[in-house]
Design a protein around this ligand. Structure first.
Ligand code: 13P
Length: 287
């Protein structure tokens, strides 16, 4: 069932857990993620990124909205990292209940001004704005930010930022990185505690891929309420397709068992489901 992002996060956070927000790109990936949530009876967030919306538009959004609506667990829809207010408005009109208005690479005052505009816009749709303070290193959807350009979230500024913008969620930068890293990034938990003490909106940790169970569970215990996962599920999905290609060879014979497009789609979807299951379990069964 389709549910508002904030309601969903509050329900899960009250129980001491975090909601996993999975980036998705197509129906097969979405289906794998939703089946994982249904099997575990856990709510999730599905999120789309700007590039896939530019590439596939309303049909992709409609498929994602429908997948959320018919799911047997609560599912919320979020637009990930967007700097374009028109696209944010379009997605809210299409049925998303939240969007990350990402002004994190702007100077503080400009980020405040941009986020305020997004919050005012979202209010017209009864939607919520996730904002970001601090700039993450790493790669997502082809955009790379070098480590030296990244900046960590300043706890005092985080308080000012939320007071001045009215954002409903805050994405923070505490050493987390988008995409894979050669070793798990070292998270600044002290900074997380300081930010948590300064703001009363739910905190979001981007770049959850590669952090590992211990780091993720520690971050959740310290106040992270939304955990963004993309690379781990996406790369498992792509590897499943690559493995299929190796198995069937360069000339698939659609009459043979396992050679058809349906086999390819089902295999990739089932692989995404397995990895999404691990991520949801990691974020909900705290040890
Ligand atoms: P990862 O690709 O590192 O999991 O990051 C996902 C993310 O933060 C989406 O915004």
């Amino acid at each position: 069932m389709l549910i508002h992002t904030i309601d969903l996060i509050q329900q899960v956070h009250k129980r001491g857990g975090a909601v996993v927000a999975f980036n998705t790109y197509n129906l097969e990936l979405t289906r794998g993620i939703v089946v994982a949530a249904e099997q575990l009876q856990q709510p999730i967030i599905l999120q789309l990124g700007v590039q896939s919306i530019k590439d596939y538009g309303e049909p992709l959004v409609a498929a994602t909205v429908t997948a959320a609506r018919v799911a047997q667990v609560p599912v919320a829809l979020n637009l990930d990292h967007c700097f374009d207010l028109d696209m944010i408005e379009q997605c809210l009109a299409w049925g998303f209940s939240s969007a990350l208005a990402d002004g994190s690479r702007l100077p503080f005052a400009d980020n405040v001004a941009f986020t305020r505009r997004a919050v005012a816009l979202a209010a017209r749709y009864n939607a919520a704005i996730e904002a970001e303070l601090g700039y993450l290193a790493g790669t997502e959807d082809g955009i790379t930010v070098a480590q030296k350009e990244a900046s960590l979230t300043d706890p005092t500024r985080a308080r000012e930022f939320i007071e001045q913008t009215g954002a409903a969620l805050l994405a923070i930068s505490i050493g987390n990185v988008h995409g894979y890293t050669s070793s798990p990034p070292s998270l600044d938990f002290e900074r997380l505690a300081q930010v948590e003490a300064q703001v009363d909106v739910p905190l979001v940790l981007h770049g959850a891929s590669g952090i590992g169970k211990e780091g993720i569970q520690h971050a959740i215990r310290m106040g992270i309420a939304k955990l963004n996962v993309n690379t781990e599920v996406r790369s498992a999905f792509v590897k499943a397709i690559a493995g299929w290609g190796v198995r069937v060879g360069p000339e698939p014979d659609l009459r043979q068992k396992d050679h058809d497009l349906l086999d390819l789609m089902q295999g990739a979807s089932a692989t995404a489901c397995r990895v999404a299951t691990q991520m949801i379990q990691m974020s909900t069964l705290l040890e």
